[in-house]
Design a protein around this ligand. Sequence first.
Ligand SMILES: Cc1cc2nc3c(=O)[nH]c(=O)nc-3n(C[C@H](O)[C@H](O)[C@H](O)COP(=O)(O)O)c2cc1C
Length: 188
Amino acid sequence: MSGNIVILKGSPRKKGNSSVLADRAAQGARDAGASVKCFELHELQLHPCDGCDACRSAGGCVISDDMEIIYGELAKADGVIFASPIYWFTYSAQLKVCIDRLYALWNSDHDSFKGKRFGIILTYGDEDLYTSGAINAMHTFESMSRFLGSKITGWVHGSVGDIGDALKDPGLMGKAYQLGKTIVQPVA
Ligand SMILES: Cc1cc2nc3c(=O)[nH]c(=O)nc-3n(C[C@H](O)[C@H](O)[C@H](O)COP(=O)(O)O)c2cc1C
C-alpha cells in the first residue's frame, strides 16, 4: 500500500502528548508503505485568514506565508492527520489558523478534499470527552469532513496532562499507530 499522508500538529510542545501520538501514527503509516510529511504549525509563519475572498477569483490564497508549503502537500495528500491538544474546550489556535486557511483550497476547487481520509488525534487534561471539551472539537471535525466530502477513518483521544504521559500509555500509543496504518488504506 502506498499513499501520501500529511500531519498537522497543533501543539506548541514539540514533545507533547498529541505530538508523540502523531509521531506514532506517522510510524504506522510509514510501516503501511506511505510517505509522511509532518508540520509543526507553531513553528511556521501562518497568517490568519483575512476573509478577503480573493481566493474565489485568484485560484488560491493570496497571502504569502508558510501556508503555501502546506497547500502544496495537501493537494498531493491521500490522508490528513490533525493532532491537537484541547485548549479552552476545542482544538488549539495554531490548528484553527491553519484550518481556516483551507477555505482558499475549497474556494478554488470545491472537491479539493473529496475522498481524502482524515485522522484525528486529541489530548486533554480533564477526565473525559465532555468535561475536557474534546467533544466540541470532534463535532467540528465531523461537520468539516461532511462539508468537504472527506472521510474520518480514525480517532484517538485521551486524558494525558504532562509531557511524557502519552508515552506511558501503551493503549493510547497503540491506537495512534493503528490510526496511521488505517488512514493509508483506501475507503471502500
Ligand atoms: C492554554 C491551555 C488550555 C487548556 N484547555 C484545556 C481544556 O479546555 N480542557 C482540557 O481538558 N485540558 C485543557 N488543557 C490541558 C491540555 O489539553 C493537556 O495538557 C494536553 O495533554 C496537552 O497536549 P500537548 O501535550 O499535545 O500539548 C489546556 C492547556 C493549556 C496550556
